[in-house]
Write a protein that binds this ligand. Structure first.
Ligand code: HEC
Ligand code: HEC
Ligand code: HEC
Ligand code: HEC
Length: 156
């Protein structure tokens, strides 16, 4: 007998171990990989349907201005024309779906503006920023800026 195969049992044991490992891998893989995985690429196809089932929290500007035409007109042509209603008012799909069921709280005109305008060196230079210490002596921003048309006079 070939002297290389004289003590061959350990090779068979090794091969059997590998085979068992491979089978185990295939079983675990079959159990763990969800149905539909790979249909559209490296994710579960059913995730699309699952996401569609979730209730949206944002209604979108188009929905808001169907009812709030005054605000639509106020934003038009002003510097906030491109800012979404819900960027300031928060997600309001529930209110938009049934205004009588949930009345939104008005955003606080002392704090909401800071989320975007508080001066910060990390912000692009051309984005309008303000340092409250030097900008004004307290009070609310809407004393001088209308939130919906901040570059125009506030509506009193
Ligand atoms: C179907 C019509 C409708 C839609 C759509 C709608 N609203 Fe309203 N909204 C109303 C009505 C009616 C009121 C007044 C509710 C009350 O006084 O009880 C109101 C009240 C508000 C108020 C409070 C006003 C106040 O004086 O306190 C805010 C803020 C507001 N809406 C923002 C929004 C935003 C932002 C959206 C879009 C996400 C939106 N609304 C979508 C009808 C609508
Ligand atoms: C830059 C932030 C901002 C954006 C964008 C914005 N709002 Fe407002 N909105 C405010 C603030 C702040 C108030 C509260 C003003 C106050 O207390 O006098 C307010 C008040 C309101 C009110 C109550 C009525 C009033 O004038 O006090 C309604 C209704 C409203 N917003 C709807 C909208 C709709 C609809 C849009 C989008 C078309 C929108 N807002 C976009 C900040 C914003
Ligand atoms: C979600 C972000 C956001 C919030 C919140 C926000 N703004 Fe703005 N604001 C903007 C953007 C975007 C512009 C337009 C910037 C541009 O034209 O380059 C702007 C422009 C302005 C300008 C005009 C600056 C100029 O160049 O003339 C003023 C004033 C202003 N905002 C005040 C306010 C006030 C007051 C509030 C609070 C009621 C507020 N903003 C809340 C995003 C925001
Ligand atoms: C006492 C009145 C007053 C108050 C209160 C006030 N502002 Fe202003 N703000 C002004 C005036 C006037 C200008 C225009 C001055 C200029 O162009 O330099 C201005 C300009 C701005 C600009 C544009 C700055 C730029 O460099 O383009 C921003 C952003 C702004 N304000 C945000 C705010 C915010 C946010 C608040 C509340 C924290 C606030 N303002 C409160 C009077 C006020």
């Amino acid at each position: 007998m070939n002297r290389f195969l004289k003590d061959k049992e350990h090779l068979f044991r090794m091969a059997a171990l590998f085979a068992a490992g491979a089978v185990l891998f295939l079983i675990v893989r079959a159990v763990l990989v969800p149905k539909g995985f790979g249909v559209y690429g490296h994710y579960r196809a059913g995730a699309l349907a699952d996401n569609r089932m979730r209730t949206p929290h944002f209604a979108g500007r188009a929905a808001c201005i169907e009812c709030h035409t005054d605000e639509r007109d106020a934003l038009k042509g002003g510097k906030h024309a491109g800012v979404g209603c819900e960027a300031c008012h928060g997600a309001l799909a529930k209110h938009a779906g049934d205004p009588s069921a949930s009345k939104p709280v008005k955003p606080d005109a002392r704090t909401i503006c800071f989320t975007c305008h508080l001066a910060n060196v990390a912000k692009p230079k051309k984005f309008p920023q303000m340092d409250p210490k030097s900008h004004f002596d307290g009070g609310a921003c809407n004393g001088c800026h209308s939130p919906h048309a901040p570059d125009k006079e506030p509506k009193k």
